[in-house]
Design a binder for this molecule. Structure first.
Ligand code: NI
Length: 282
């Protein structure tokens, strides 16, 4: 009983804050078209998702690339597949029209720093600059504030991660399935085979759409993943799915996205006594 008014007060305070958002106080900052959505998670880092649904997250780093990113977008569109793009700030500033296309076709954008330097060795102030400059470029290009980031090379300390979560509300998104598609010799087969062999429900798959071999590997890779029954979700969708599944399990409810049981529940439709004998199977 005691905490209910507190929770209510906290909710009211949050809605009051949202309602009081200053309309044009920050004249120097570009006005986002979409309001920032509060972080959907308090988990600081994800390498994979713990889900029972056959959902996976395909991620493409270091773009946008003027030729390969549009080619990849065509392939994804043709198959109705959503992915996540971790973009480099300076390339966002160079190719804003590709950034707009990524967002308009329903994919997610993550912050991948301004120029892809290792964050580990940097001061927190410099890290904040890298991420802020990139966030500003993304907002200027497409009007969306990113909700996630990926440290270049996956290199980040827990202390830095915590500071980034506090300032930007970004969880660190790394990966589980590594195509190593940046290493020479690059090949279509290596990308395809690694993904098909290593992917399971909840996997975060790391690819780079700046390499044409990676993009060339996608049609067969995507079709075969689909044939295996995988569903493609963005990172933010996966974060929500994982949280929803945890809640459903705690509440004893069926998992979201899971196929509902074919048979009607016994308590809803009690079978008449006459039908107690086993039914003949067709
Ligand atoms: Ni990268």
């Amino acid at each position: 009983m005691k905490f209910i008014p507190l929770v209510l007060a906290a909710c009211l305070e949050i809605s009051a804050l949202a309602a009081d958002a200053p309309p044009a106080e920050k004249a120097d900052a570009p006005a986002p078209v979409m309001a920032p959505v509060p972080a959907a998670t308090t988990k600081p880092k994800y390498e994979q998702f713990h889900v029972n649904t056959s959902a996976i997250a395909l991620t493409f780093d270091d773009g946008p690339h003027p030729k390969n990113t549009p080619r990849l977008l065509d392939m994804l569109k043709e198959r109705g597949i959503k992915a996540t793009f971790f973009l480099i700030g300076k390339s966002v500033a160079t190719y804003p029209e590709i950034v707009r296309r990524i967002v308009s076709e329903g994919h997610e954008i993550g912050n991948h720093t301004w120029d892809h330097k290792t964050l580990r060795a940097m001061s927190q102030e410099k890290i904040n600059e890298e991420l802020q400059k990139t966030q500003d470029a993304i907002v200027a290009a497409c009007g969306q504030v990113p909700l996630i980031y990926r440290p270049p090379f996956g290199a980040i300390t827990s202390k830095q991660q915590k500071a980034i979560m506090e300032k930007f509300h970004y969880p660190s998104i790394v990966w589980e399935v590594d195509t190593n598609d940046w290493k020479s010799p690059r090949s279509i087969a290596k990308v395809h085979d690694t993904i098909l062999k290593d992917t399971h429900a909840g996997s975060i798959i790391l690819c780079h759409d700046i390499h044409f071999e990676t993009v060339d590997a996608m049609p067969s890779t995507l079709d075969e993943l689909k044939a295996k029954g995988f569903q493609f979700k963005t990172i933010s969708e996966m974060i929500k799915l994982e949280a929803d599944e945890v809640q459903a399990v705690a509440a004893g409810k069926p998992l979201p996205g899971a196929t509902p049981p074919a048979a009607p529940k016994a308590e809803e439709k009690p079978a008449p006594k006459a039908e107690d004998k086993p039914a003949a199977k067709p």
